[in-house]
Write a protein that binds this ligand. Structure first.
Ligand code: LMR
Length: 398
């Protein structure tokens, strides 16, 4: 029998929490698990620019026929202009080729599948910690994995020396997965000089950066957030970028992401891209259209683009102000531990420093859902739930 001897798989470390949260009957429950933006009413509304774009699309869309294997030309060029900056030299040189993937996860997976065909013996190096889904994606594609230090629990900052020492041992041809901004789960990012160091190491040693760029615009701003990516792409001959509009355009369920491969020159990039298209064809054939249409409509219409940029600022500002409030309200409660580091972390997440026991206590006794390891989605905190949250965290810290 195929199924009868199977025991159930464990729930997903992040998405499984949302399922458990939905079933929880505690009226005070708070979901600080999955990385989905919520406004101060605890809602994840469709962005205004997206609604306006959808109205136009509904009125003008003429066909539901298939898209090309790698997506529409408009979407692909919108992605490149956003991740590199409009008309960047990397775009003009033809070194970058982009495919519309089903979300950032889809981009990571098709990138992994492509690498497996070219270099199946490569090891993929990941930060400690990293997004809970990264190891699973690369394991599913059959890769050996190794890790490099990243977050220092003592200083609540980056262990750059440890990271450097570990990456100095990476052999040519291995893959190093890096988070461009808003590191998930720690919220701790690399500085410009540190990116410069890594870019030099990658090009000297010959390892290949695979950049996960899921949070552009949620760190400092759309331009500043891409600076690490540019540093790598301008220095290193070959790399991958998985990007996503889940967070910065709120298109979570539309699965609107991309994989961009960058080669040493246009003809190498074209050859690699032809293999990528073959890979896509046997995995999901071609991408879903709707999210891509929204993106190209919003990004290429000056009024909608302005509206979008303002909506991204609003998201970022709310997250920043809730970080400060969380820190000061914990302090008000006389919590001994200094939580001020939360203020300087970037993006949606904060690595709270809560132990797995404290995380379990908050879930079981208070209905507060936090990812194991202590990652909290700061955007899940609202003016209505912050007092209860801080009381509960103070109690957990005892
Ligand atoms: C997260 O890290 O919570 C998000 O990226 C959602 C997901 O797919 O895990």
């Amino acid at each position: 029998m195929l199924f009868s001897d199977l025991s159930p798989a464990p729930p997903d470390a992040i998405l499984g929490l949302t399922e458990a949260f939905k079933k929880d009957t505690n009226p005070d429950k708070i979901n600080l698990g999955v990385g989905v933006y919520q406004d101060d009413d605890g809602l994840t509304p469709v962005m205004k620019c997206v609604k306006a774009a959808e109205e136009r699309i509904l009125a003008s869309e003429k066909t539901k026929s298939y898209l090309p294997i790698s997506g529409s030309a408009e979407y692909k060029s919108s992605v490149q202009n956003l991740i590199f900056g409009p008309d960047h030299e990397i775009i003009r040189s033809g070194r970058a080729r982009t495919a519309h993937s089903p979300g950032g996860t889809g981009g990571l997976r098709i990138g992994a599948e492509l690498i497996r065909q070219i270099r199946p013996d490569a090891t993929v190096w990941m930060s400690t910690p990293t997004w809970a889904n990264h190891p699973g994606i690369f394991a599913a594609a059959g890769f050996k994995q190794s890790s490099y230090p990243y977050y220092d629990a003592e200083t609540k900052g980056l262990d750059f020396e440890g990271m450097r020492q570990s990456l100095a041992k990476v052999p040519a041809g291995d893959i190093v997965l890096l988070h461009v901004c808003c590191h998930n789960p720690s919220g701790v990012d690399l500085s410009g000089d540190q990116w410069k160091d890594l870019a030099a190491m990658a090009s000297q040693q010959g390892w290949i950066p695979f950049l996960d760029f899921a949070y552009q615009g949620l760190g400092d701003d759309l331009e500043q957030d891409r600076s690490g990516l540019l540093r790598i792409a301008e220095t290193v001959p070959e790399l991958f970028v998985a990007s996503s509009f889940s967070k910065n355009m709120g298109l979570y369920r539309e699965r609107t992401g991309a994989l961009t491969i960058i080669g040493p020159d246009a003809s190498a990039a074209d050859a690699a891209f032809s293999h990528l298209e073959k890979t896509i064809r046997v995995v999901y054939s071609n991408p879903p259209s709707h999210g891509g249409l929204i993106v190209s409509t919003v990004l290429n219409d000056p009024a909608l683009r302005n509206q979008w940029e303002q909506e991204v600022v609003d998201i970022r500002d709310r997250i920043k102000s809730i970080r400060s409030e969380f820190v000061s309200k914990l302090k008000e409660r006389g919590v001994g531990r200094d939580f001020s580091f939360i203020d300087s972390q970037k993006g949606m997440f904060s690595f709270s420093g809560l132990s797995d026991e404290q995380v379990a206590f908050l879930r079981e006794s208070k209905g507060i859902y936090i990812v194991k390891g202590g990652r909290i989605n700061v955007a899940g905190i609202t003016t209505r739930n912050i007092e209860y949250l801080c009381d509960s965290v103070a109690e957990a810290l005892g």
